[in-house]
Ligand binder design. Structure first.
Ligand SMILES: [Zn+2]
Length: 206
């Protein structure tokens, strides 16, 4: 795995920030402590400040590595792939925007929607959903895009189900560090989650 931080210096601010949506994702799946750190350090990381940036990269790489090596399923043969949290809608969004959105930006939006949905349908506290939106915005990542609408989301869900071979499995959150697989998505709650994220995206502008 390449983890030479000098490589990062050549990245534009936009590409640099994109990597941190995966850090937010893995913190939500695995580490309340890391999530808390990112919540406090988001603005500093967006400004590429040290030591917050290096700490975030190191922890993110370690958590991804730990999952791959110690997660009991190194080749992700199980149907549910927890590291894909927030990704089912992200893949659809990347395609529908013809890759105007970078992967990391689409993942930020997907994580935002799935975290709010987890609050509405599971036990995830509202404070965690709100902190997630705030952290992504602090990292100067988008949490919403004008290309996103109900048909994109529900078509994406159906395509993802077919991609999985017929049974839908989506990783959501019961708590920070407690992912759970679900096999159905409630459309009303998903609409509500989308509306909530969209509203927070616009209220944060300006
Ligand atoms: Zn990804």
């Amino acid at each position: 795995m390449v983890n030479d931080e000098r490589l990062l210096e050549g990245l534009s601010d936009r590409d640099f920030r994109c990597g941190f949506s995966e850090a937010v994702k893995v913190s939500l799946l695995k580490s309340p402590e890391f999530f808390q750190f990112l919540t406090g350090a988001a603005e500093a990381i967006a400004a590429r400040e040290q030591p917050q940036t290096s700490l975030a990269i190191r922890e993110s790489v370690l958590l991804h590595l730990w999952h791959i090596t110690c997660g009991g399923d190194p080749f992700e043969l199980q149907q549910a792939r927890p590291l894909d949290f927030g990704h089912w809608s992200a893949h659809k969004l990347e395609a529908i925007t013809k890759y105007r959105l970078r992967h990391g930006e689409a993942v930020a939006i997907g994580v935002a929607v799935d975290t709010v949905y987890s609050h509405l349908q599971l036990d995830l506290p509202r404070s965690v959903a709100d902190a997630t939106l705030k952290t992504l915005l602090g990292l100067q990542l988008p949490i919403w895009d004008s290309a996103l609408n109900e048909s994109v989301i529900f078509d994406g869900l159906e395509e993802f189900r077919q991609h999985l071979g017929g049974e839908l499995t989506i990783t959501l959150l019961k708590q920070v560090g407690q992912p759970i697989d679900v096999h159905t998505i409630d459309r009303g709650a998903m609409r509500e989650a989308m509306a909530y994220v969209a509203e927070n995206a616009t209220s944060a502008v300006g």
